[in-house]
Design a protein around this ligand. Sequence first.
Ligand code: HEM
Length: 409
Amino acid sequence: MPAVDFDPFAPEHRPNPYPLYRRLREEAPVYQSPRGPWLLTRYADCVALMRDDRFGHGTRQRLLDKSKWRKPAEGRALPFILLDPPEHTRQRVLASRAFTPRAVHRQIPLIEKLVDEMLDAVIDAGEVDLVEAFAYPLPATVISGLLGVPAADRELVRGWSSLIARGVDPDYQYSADQKRERDEALASFDAYFAELAAEKRRNPADDLLTALIAVRDEGAGGDEGGEGEGRLSEPELLSICTMIYVAGHETTTDLLANGTLALLKNPEEFRRLRADPAGLAESAVEEFLRYDPPTQLTRRTALEDAKLDGHLISRGEQVIIVRGAANRDPSVFPDPDRLDLGRTPNKHIAFDGGIHFCLGAALARLEGRIAFAALANRTSDIELATDEPAYRSNVTIRGLSALPVRLRS
Ligand code: HEM
C-alpha cells in the first residue's frame, strides 16, 4: 500500500492540491485512488498516456457507458472531445475548417478594446471582484462574438455553461438533482443553438456558427449528400457549438484569475512583468498555464488490458492524467514550485499533448497575452482584498469563484 491515500476529488485539496500531487509523484506515481480511477502524476507517464492508443474514451466500445461518466441523451451527439478516432478525427478536421487561425487573429482588435474598457471600469474604483468584472466577461464576450451568440442572450446561456463545466467532473461527485440539471443544461444549449442555426441559415453572418453551418450543409469536399466523411450531422453541429462555447471561456476565465492570483502572491514576478509587459507577457501566460493550470485532470479509459509501470490496468478502467502534477515534475521543470515568468523551455501540458490538443489554444493564449500585458501596463498596484480567495467546487476545471482586489493606476 502506498503511504498516500489520495482522493483527488476531496474538497479539502481545492485551494492547494500541489503538496499532495508532489507526494503522489514521489511515493505512488501510478496510483489507484480509493474511488477507482488510476492517477498519473509524472510528466513522462502523462505525456506517454496522451499518445497511447490503448487508451481513449471507449465510446465505440461502449466502455463509456460502463463508466460513471456522461452518456449522450437521445438524439444528442457526444462532443468530439469525448470521442476516439476515427469519429474524433473526422469531426475535428471539419470543425477546424471553420475555426481557423485567421478567425482567431481577427479577434485581436476586439480583445484589445474589451480589455481596455473593462479595466477602465475597475481601475481606481475601490474593491472589485476581478472574476466578475474581467476574467469572466472577457472570454465570454469574445467567444460569444466569435460564435455569433447575440449579446442579449449571454446571461441566458451563462448558467447552462457553468453547469456543464462543472459536469465534466466525475458523476459521483454530484447528486441525482445536479446531474439532471447538467443534462437539462445540455438539452437547453442544443435547443438554443438549433434555433440560432436556423436564424443564421436565413441570415448568414460573419461568424463561426455560420461557417460551421456551411461545413454541415455543403460538406467539405466531394461528399455525395447525407452525413459522412465531409459533413457534420445536425446533432454534431450542435454539440460542437456547445463544446466550443463552454470550452472557449470557462477555462480562459481561470487562466486570467489563477494567473492574476499567482502574480499577487509573487510580487517580484509582478514587478518583472511590469518592467517589460510586451516582452514578457507571452512567456508569462505559458508559466501561468504550467504553474496552476485551469484543466487539472483529464480522464482516459483503457480500451484493452494494458500495463503501466508494472501495474495492470484492465480494459474499461479509468486513468487520470493529473496535469497540475505533471507540470511541476522536477525532472522536467527545474525548481517547479517557483513562478518564473521567463521560464524556457516550458513544455507544460495544460493544453494536452495528444490528438485532443486544445483546439482553442491560440485564442486562449491571445486573450491571456493581451490581458496580462494590459494589467501590467495600466496598474501600478493590485492589492488582494481577501486573505484566501475561494475556489469553485469544480475539480477538473479549477478556478476561483471570486477574486476581490483593488487596482490602482
Ligand atoms: C486557458 C484556456 C484553455 C485551456 C487550459 C484548455 C485546455 C484544454 C485541454 C487540456 C484540452 C484536452 C482535453 C482532453 O484531452 O480531454 C482541450 C481541448 C479542447 N479545447 Fe481547450 N482549453 C482552453 C481554451 C479553449 C478555448 C478558448 C477554446 C475554443 C474557443 C477551446 C476549445 C477546445 C476544444 C474544442 C477541445 C477539444 C479538442 C479535441 O478533442 O480534439 N479551449 N482544451
